[in-house]
Design a protein around this ligand. Structure first.
Ligand code: BTN
Length: 238
């Protein structure tokens, strides 16, 4: 079921309430305190984009396998954009990029209990019809900017919901290999030498060789050594 609000602080916070069940979507036309990854905010103009959270209860998934859920969500977004003729890639861990620009951000917050994921709040912000963005944002782009015309946000949400449940069913049926393979095929900057920043501010150059099933990014350094990084241990220089 889709629960629609005019204004919320953050759809992720609202979706955490126990009244929402598996598959429910909490959507707001405007978030007054939208949250992004790495402590950033997520700003989005009222009723121009999609800002929503999906509630999932993947209790069949071990906590150690939570990255698969990230992959499923990212792939469902890529699948959805493809329906509009937009070819997107996944910037590890789950930003969606078109070329060098970010079209969608994802913030997943999990509850773990007894070693499994009891509840997952999948927060998604898709730039849909907004054409002007705050100058402080590094590289945003919207569907309307790419296509040259506005699209129906409700239709987009429906398409995403269908795509998500299709990918989720694959995960539920245990087909982890196809999810990992499809994710790998769509990794942004895979095999391309690029700059990265390490936590102390040091900039390095490296080449992404893949992502481990458990989610670590594999980066080959100039000396050919491949090192693996967790989410907070490396970031792209855009
Ligand atoms: C990022 O790219 O940093 C993640 C952005 C996630 C934004 C969405 S909008 C809906 C949901 N509610 C939030 O407060 N954040 C997510």
């Amino acid at each position: 079921m889709i629960y629609r609000f005019s204004t919320l602080s953050s759809t992720n916070d609202e979706a955490r309430r126990p009244l929402y069940r598996h598959g429910d979507i909490v959507l707001a036309d405007f978030q007054s305190a939208g949250r992004g990854q790495r402590g950033h905010t997520w700003s989005s103009r009222r009723a121009e984009n999609l800002t929503f959270s999906v509630v999932l209860t993947p209790s069949f998934l071990a906590a150690t396998e939570q990255f698969l859920l990230s992959e499923v969500v990212a792939l469902a977004l890529v699948d959805t954009l493809a329906l509009y003729g937009i070819e997107a890639q996944i910037k590890w861990t789950n930003d969606i990029y078109v070329g060098e620009k970010k079209i969608t951000g994802v913030l997943i917050e999990q509850n773990l209990s007894s070693g499994v994921i009891s509840r997952s709040i999948v927060g998604i912000g898709i730039n849909v019809n907004q054409r002007e963005f705050d100058k402080s944002l590094p590289n945003p782009v919207s569907i309307a900017q790419i296509l040259g015309h506005d699209i129906d946000r409700e239709e987009l949400l429906d398409k995403f919901h269908v795509a998500l449940m299709a990918r989720y069913s694959l995960l539920e049926s245990g087909d982890k290999e196809s999810i990992q393979r499809d994710y790998h095929e769509r990794i942004y900057r895979l095999g391309v030498e690029s700059p990265f920043r390490l936590p102390r501010g040091e900039e390095i150059r490296g080449t992404i060789r893949g992502v481990r099933p458990s989610g670590e990014l594999l980066v080959e350094h100039a000396d050919m050594e491949v090192k693996e990084y967790l989410f907070r241990q490396i970031e792209f220089v855009i």
